[in-house]
Design a protein around this ligand. Structure first.
Ligand code: CAA
Length: 323
């Protein structure tokens, strides 16, 4: 009997389709203190243009973990909407999806959001699933890195790559002790994005948007506790050090050398890339440090303005639409 031979793809991973979804209900920050829901309570200060202002008075209410159960139900549903859009754009039968890679920071449950999504979409039960919880904004880049490896190392792999976030898990009334939590409540946004990733696109059948040439990660020096989240009885308590924007700008140049080298371009203004919309101060620092033309971050700033700090995959869709 011939030995089993594992076959790898020939080409680089490509993005074959993109879908995105946002929850149907949106409340302007000016109105949010009037909204009544199981997870929204007490008084919130008025937040102007995503700028936190200190409240004159506040009540801190511990939110029951059960209120966070909304995320268990709604995170896969939002992902499903984004996935349907991507599958329609791709135009191939769902039975050809071989892997699901799913990331969310909005809760932890077992079996996870990847299983629920697989069932909602009616995908093959033998599909290979990878669930990544608590990646934060790193989730978008991480699912792309994992999907790239899967697509390039498994001939014919078609990877449904998803991130879905509902920031209700970090949303709470202001507390003077945890002012950074208010920053998170003020700037984080809800949304889902889905990419179908595969190598060696079928000519005249699949129409890739991009090739993924490089993906990597690094741990920044002096970054201990800079962005920190703990799942507690009161939900996910989030901590952000005030120096996050400076921490990023101090370290950005050596880290970015590798992708620029791969892209073969000496100029940040020429390379096709986008920045996670972490916060206005972060974007200002990146723009200044890399000497970017203002239009280079315009898609990111628009996403931050319209949706808040939302996952990078969602931003990619917007970026693509603009070019
Ligand atoms: C989800 C993930 O895992 C990954 C992520 O994306 S994490 C999020 C990363 N983003 C950040 O860290 C936010 C970076 N910060 C910013 O973009 C801006 O500071 C901001 C948009 C939040 C506010 O900008 P601004 O309107 O110019 O006001 P700014 O002067 O910076 O701050 C207003 C007040 O908030 C305070 N503040 C800002 N960031 C704070 C923080 N992390 N902790 C505590 N206080 C903070 C400031 O000290 C200031 O208070 P005072 O008036 O008493 O001095």
């Amino acid at each position: 009997m011939a030995a089993y031979k594992h076959e790898r793809a020939v080409g680089l991973a490509t993005v074959l389709a993109i879908g995105k979804a946002n929850p149907p209900t949106a409340y302007h920050q000016q109105r949010i203190h009037k909204v009544k829901s199981p997870i929204c309570f007490s008084r919130l200060p008025t937040l102007n243009t995503r700028t936190p202002s200190r409240p004159n008075s506040f009540e801190f209410v511990i939110i029951r973990v059960s209120s966070r159960d909304i995320a268990i139900r709604e995170v896969p549903r939002l992902a499903e909407k984004a996935a349907i859009q991507a599958l329609e754009e791709w135009g191939q039968p769902r039975s050809q999806i071989t892997h699901v890679v799913f990331a969310t920071t909005s809760g932890v449950n077992m079996p996870g959001a990847d299983l629920t999504l697989t069932r909602l979409l009616g995908l093959n039960p033998n599909i290979n699933r990878i669930m990544l919880y608590q990646q934060g904004c790193f989730g978008g880049a991480t699912v792309l890195r994992v999907a790239k490896d899967l697509a390039e190392n498994n001939k014919g792999a078609r990877v449904l790559t998803v991130v879905s976030e509902l920031t209700s898990v970090t949303f709470r009334a202001p507390d003077e002790e945890y002012f950074d939590n208010l920053v998170a409540s003020a700037i984080f946004g809800d949304g889902a994005a889905c990419l179908i990733i595969g190598s060696d696109p079928v000519p005249k059948v699949e129409r890739p948007h991009f090739e993924i040439h490089w993906s990597g990660e690094t741990i920044l020096p002096e970054s201990d506790g800079a962005i920190d989240g703990r799942l507690t009885e009161g939900g996910l308590i989030f901590h952000l050090r005030k120096d996050v924007p400076k921490l990023i700008s101090r370290n950005i140049l050596p880290i970015f050398n590798k992708p620029v080298e791969v892209a073969g371009s000496p100029s940040w203004n020429e390379v096709f890339w986008c920045v996670h919309p972490g916060g206005r101060a972060i974007l200002d620092e990146v723009e200044k440090t890399l000497n970017l033309k203002p239009e280079k971050l315009s898609a990111t700033r628009n996403v931050l303005h319209d949706f808040g700090n939302i996952n990078d995959l969602v931003e990619m869709r917007r970026f693509f639409t603009q070019y």
